[in-house]
Ligand binder design. Structure first.
Ligand SMILES: [Ca+2]
Length: 323
């Protein structure tokens, strides 16, 4: 369930030749840790801030108003696309040492009360668009949180499959009612927010047949056809290529690009880079449409993986030439 922090988005949407996804500078926002623009909604911050060390850093009170307040700063940085962590209402109870990260939705229709409301999200997208900035929303559709009410609804016993490796039960999209529900949820977020695309978390946990239908319906749903669908598929490149081709996705995360960490940080054989470039050409339907992460949030962003800042910059520069 990782999201790349430093990425080169190499995505091309043929229908928008004037502006290509491969040229976008993407900034990933973990909303609750970004900027607190409204102290009135600091519910989880007030509850857990003192114990934040116990909960992997805890809550910091960030919200959608905070993101709006910083849009001009992000524009000044050169950012052209925002990728927001999941904004829907999450569980509010800790599980072990973890607080909800955005990937434990309990209400698929509303913005988390710690972040604002659905109107605040639309205001954020409108304000971003006014600055010619795109917005991508992260859609966690593999599994709900532990507090989702359908889990204890006797009429929905056949809506859930076995728990995933994260402990939560998978949405059983093989049941057409469940597929209808998740596709409906996604269409409503597309329309109500007017966002420019979705990141699809842990998409490999659902069958490709579901995603094939999902892509067809979401691409043609209102209000825009040039809508980016970018799955996270933590499977081998050959399988990623097959998945992307069959479902019709624009691209996917290419985690093999993280090889640059070892080449630049541990002086491993530079030939490994040509190996992954060759793999990309062999397996991906369109190598330039892949998202190449070189680090992620799950551990601290570690410049020391690269030895020096200069080497980290070299690694960043290398990615586009291998995409
Ligand atoms: Ca707040």
């Amino acid at each position: 369930m990782s999201v790349a922090l430093f990425t080169t988005l190499a995505l091309l949407l043929a229908s928008n030749e004037a502006r290509r996804w491969e040229d976008e500078i993407v900034y990933v926002v973990i909303v609750e840790k970004f900027f607190d623009g409204d102290h009135a909604n600091d519910i989880m911050r007030d509850r857990f801030f003192r114990e934040r060390e116990r909960y992997e850093g805890g809550y910091w009170g960030g919200d959608l108003k905070g993101v709006i307040a910083k849009l001009d700063d992000l524009t000044d940085l050169g950012v052209t696309t925002l990728l927001l962590y999941p904004v829907m209402q999450n569980d509010e109870s800790p599980v072990g040492k973890f607080l909800p990260t955005g990937y434990r939705p309990k209400d698929y229709e509303h913005v988390d009360r710690n972040f604002g409301d659905n109107a605040t999200l639309r205001a954020l997208v409108d304000a971003a668009h006014a600055r010619k900035m795109h917005v991508i929303l992260d859609m966690p559709l593999a599994m709900p949180g532990f507090e989702h009410p359908f889990l204890i609804d006797p009429a929905k016993r056949d809506w859930f499959a076995a728990p995933t490796e994260y402990g939560a039960r998978r949405w059983k999209v093989e049941n057409p009612e469940v597929a209808d529900y998740l596709i409906g949820v996604s269409k409503r977020w597309k329309e109500r927010s007017d966002c420019d695309g979705f990141r699809l978390d842990s998409a490999h946990l659902q069958p490709v047949s579901f995603w094939k239908r999902y892509v067809a319906e979401l691409k043609s749903a209102r209000p825009r056809r040039d809508f980016l669908l970018l799955p996270e598929l933590t499977i081998i490149p050959k399988k990623i290529g097959e998945f992307v081709t069959e479902a019709g996705f624009d691209g996917a995360y290419d985690f093999s690009a993280m090889t640059v960490r070892n080449v630049f940080g541990k002086d491993e054989d530079v030939g490994k880079l040509s190996f992954i470039a060759k793999e990309a050409k062999q397996f991906y339907p369109s190598p330039p449409t892949m998202m190449a992460p070189i680090d992620n949030y799950e551990k601290r962003v570690r410049l020391d993986r690269y030895g020096t800042k200069g080497k980290a910059h070299q690694a960043c520069a290398d990615i586009p030439t291998n995409a």
